[in-house]
Design a protein around this ligand. Structure first.
Ligand SMILES: Cc1cc2nc3c(=O)[nH]c(=O)nc-3n(C[C@H](O)[C@H](O)[C@H](O)COP(=O)(O)OP(=O)(O)OC[C@H]3O[C@@H](n4cnc5c(N)ncnc54)[C@H](O)[C@@H]3O)c2cc1C
Length: 288
């Protein structure tokens, strides 16, 4: 597809057209696509569910590649559970539900994070004290040379919202070590996580989740509240009244509104508290 409006493919619902949006059907197809793009000097990125990115209003002179139609998945029994092998393009939420149906535990604290498994690993997404990399065994990663490399957690260190995955690389599959657990207990934990998220997060508005990273173990919303910025609006974007680390699209936000709000928050927090906030969301196609 050409000139695809990114507001349709990102959870913030802002952003201009991307030059191409491509859906490889399998690994060979993806390799061909990469070869072509590199040969033609066309920059590219991988897009999951677009729940952690904000795309500029002018759009992107780039190709975006989504592997969401490559849905390989399997489970291999172990002594105390199973090893799940899942495609990077699959929805994390769906994967956690599938595990729960099989009585397999390991990722329930991440339930309802709206991204793909690949996007979650790139961001090392986490919630309620757990990270997606915790039960990870290995990842198969396609690099910019078209080679598949297998990374273990030992040679691929993850940190707080950081991973060893480069922007030019694609997580094709990941293997997780899951443990057997009572299905009712798993379901209870997932229901708890969901209800807590619903209580705390402004799920009723489009957003990209938490905008800023925590600072030395302190949640970013505390600094934003301290700076008196909760509820601040610029154009159609606002600092959520429910959770100050969420910027929400109140209906007509542009990427420029969101960016202006991000800059205003950073400035305001620094002036009031001396703390420099760092974005957790990725800003695509903005200058500076
Ligand atoms: C309502 C809401 C709640 C959220 N709550 C949380 C939360 O509790 N914790 C948390 O950590 N995050 C949270 N997020 C942010 C977001 O959901 C996560 O960061 C998620 O893991 C991003 O996945 P994605 O597929 O949407 O990635 P995208 O937003 O599409 O991309 C994010 C990054 O991953 C890269 N990427 C995507 N797919 C691949 C792939 N297959 N291989 C390599 N790189 C890839 C992209 O190039 C980009 O760099 C929330 C977002 C929303 C909207």
């Amino acid at each position: 597809m050409e000139n695809v409006p990114m507001k349709r493919y990102t959870s913030m619902r802002v952003g201009g057209p991307a030059r191409y949006l491509l859906y490889p059907v399998d690994e060979a197809d993806l390799r061909n696509i990469l070869g072509y793009l590199i040969h033609k000097n066309i920059p590219y990125r991988f897009l999951g569910n677009g729940t952690n990115v904000i795309v500029n209003d002018k759009g992107l002179d780039e190709a975006l590649i989504r592997i969401t139609r490559m849905k390989r998945k399997g489970y291999k029994k172990t002594k105390d559970g199973a090893i799940a092998d899942v495609s990077g393009g699959i929805s994390l939420k769906q994967f956690i539900r599938d595990n729960a149906r099989r009585g397999l535990s390991g990722l329930e604290n991440l339930y309802w994070i709206p991204g793909t498994v690949g996007g979650a690993l790139k961001m090392n997404a986490g919630s309620f004290g757990a990270s997606v990399s915790d039960p990870l065994l290995t990842m198969r990663v396609l690099n910019a040379h078209g080679h598949i490399v297998t990374m273990t957690r030992r040679d691929a260190p993850f940190g707080y919202r950081t991973s060893p995955i480069k922007a030019s690389e694609c997580v094709m599959n990941a293997r997780f070590n899951l443990k057997s657990r009572d299905k009712n207990e798993i379901a209870k934990d997932m229901a708890h996580v969901y209800s807590e998220r619903k209580k705390r997060h402004p799920m009723e508005f489009p957003s990209a989740g938490s905008v800023f990273k925590g600072v030395k173990g302190e949640a970013a919303w505390k600094f934003i509240e301290k700076a008196g910025l909760k509820g601040l609006k610029i154009g159609g974007a606002g600092v959520s009244e429910k959770h100050a680390n969420f910027i929400v699209n109140l209906g007509s936000a542009t990427a420029n509104d969101v960016r202006a709000l991000i800059d205003t928050i950073k400035r305001g927090v620094f002036e009031k508290t001396g703390v420099s906030l760092e974005e957790e969301v990725e800003l695509w196609g903005f200058n500076g």
